[in-house]
Design a protein around this ligand. Structure first.
Ligand SMILES: C[C@@](CO)(OP(=O)(O)O)[C@H](O)COP(=O)(O)OP(=O)(O)OC[C@H]1O[C@@H](n2ccc(N)nc2=O)[C@H](O)[C@@H]1O
Ligand SMILES: Nc1ncnc2c1ncn2[C@@H]1O[C@H](COP(=O)(O)OP(=O)(O)O)[C@@H](O)[C@H]1O
Length: 296
């Protein structure tokens, strides 16, 4: 049996440039992996089928599960006929703007590559992953990247900035497609802020990073779900720190450069609300492999 960790992400910037003829939107965003993760355990199944079990009752275990889709796609592309058992431990909130499902799919692709010794590169796995979802290619590598196109065109970024990330997950189900659909022409960006954000990350300039965090989907999500906006205002009042939204939401997050500050904010929030997660930036997957048991 082997284990792959599926890390969540937050969007440090998210600009939308225009709507494309294929229905997707051209985006320009800085994605950052955080250490909140699902666990994807893989082993051979005696029959030629994909079986997924999960501790979470609220995610599908059939072909709708992105990990199952990834496993099937991998077997099709590599022309391997075999069965696989996937055990998925969900810790990342679902439909939250944290790319949980995408990351499970990416971890499954990495794991299948190890399980069958196929030796595909991460670039090849990312290309496969793009067929499953726009965020999957980023999740194959993890770490930090500028994502363009519909999210699949990546420029990977190395930096030494380390920040703590407090997540607040409002119990609201958000459909990513509905949020993109809610954008009006005036919401589109001419000059994205991703390059400035990357410079700030490389310079480890936490003040500039905090000032630059932005998300053009946030007004749409807040408009459709006013309760998320109200929660954001409450969090801001309690912590006296700027509150941001990840992806299409509804997860809100705060950044803190020191563990002391992160602890203060965490304790203040835990006093008044559930569903607060303490996490931090993590680097790319290859720099983390030494933390993973290889096989059992
Ligand atoms: C908003 C973001 C930001 O990172 O993240 P989440 O909120 O999902 O975490 C992503 O763009 C989400 O990526 P992902 O969740 O993989 O989207 P997909 O499955 O490819 O697409 C779901 C739907 O969202 C819309 N979509 C997605 C990506 C994009 N660049 N333009 C779009 O218009 C399309 O309507 C599409 O049918
Ligand atoms: N492995 C999975 N984990 C979470 N959600 C999944 C998974 N597979 C399919 N889904 C479905 O994908 C949708 C988006 O889930 P998720 O990836 O968590 O959201 P987001 O992209 O907003 O972070 C949900 O409707 C969920 O039912």
């Amino acid at each position: 049996m082997l284990l792959e960790r599926a890390y969540a992400k937050v969007n440090l910037t998210l600009d939308v440039l225009h709507r494309r003829p294929d229905g997707y939107h051209e985006v320009d965003m800085v994605m950052q992996s955080i250490d909140l993760s699902d666990l994807v355990w893989l082993e051979r199944h005696p029959e030629d089928r994909i079986v997924l079990e999960s501790n979470a009752t609220y995610v599908p275990t059939d072909d709708r599960n992105l990990a199952v889709q990834a496993a099937k796609l991998f077997l099709r592309r590599t022309e391997i006929s075999a069965g696989v058992h996937i055990n998925l431990e969900k810790n990342i909130p679902v439909a939250a703007g944290l790319a949980g499902g995408s990351s499970d799919a990416a971890a499954t692709l990495r794991g299948m590559n190890r399980l069958f010794g196929t030796g595909l590169s991460f670039d090849e796995l990312a290309e496969m992953g793009a067929e499953i979802g726009s965020d999957v290619p980023f999740c194959v590598y993890g770490g930090t990247a500028i994502a363009r196109g519909r999210g699949e065109q990546l420029t990977r970024v190395e930096h030494r900035c380390h920040m703590y990330v407090l997540l607040i997950h409002p119990r609201v189900f958000v459909s990513t497609a509905d949020i993109y659909k809610g954008l009006r022409p005036g919401d589109f960006t001419v000059r994205p802020t991703s390059e400035q954000m990357v410079t700030a990350l490389v310079n480890d300039d936490v003040d500039v990073i905090s000032r630059l965090v932005s998300n053009k989907l946030q007004p749409v999500t807040f408009g459709i779900y006013p309760e998320v906006m109200q929660l954001s205002e409450k969090v801001e009042a309690v912590t006296r720190h700027p509150v941001h939204m990840s992806g299409s939401g509804p997860t809100l997050f705060l950044l803190a450069p020191t563990i002391q500050q992160a602890n203060r904010m965490y304790n203040a929030l835990r006093g008044i609300m559930r569903d607060v997660y303490f996490s931090q930036f993590v680097g790319n997957v290859s720099s983390l492999t030494s933390l993973q048991p290889k096989s059992e």
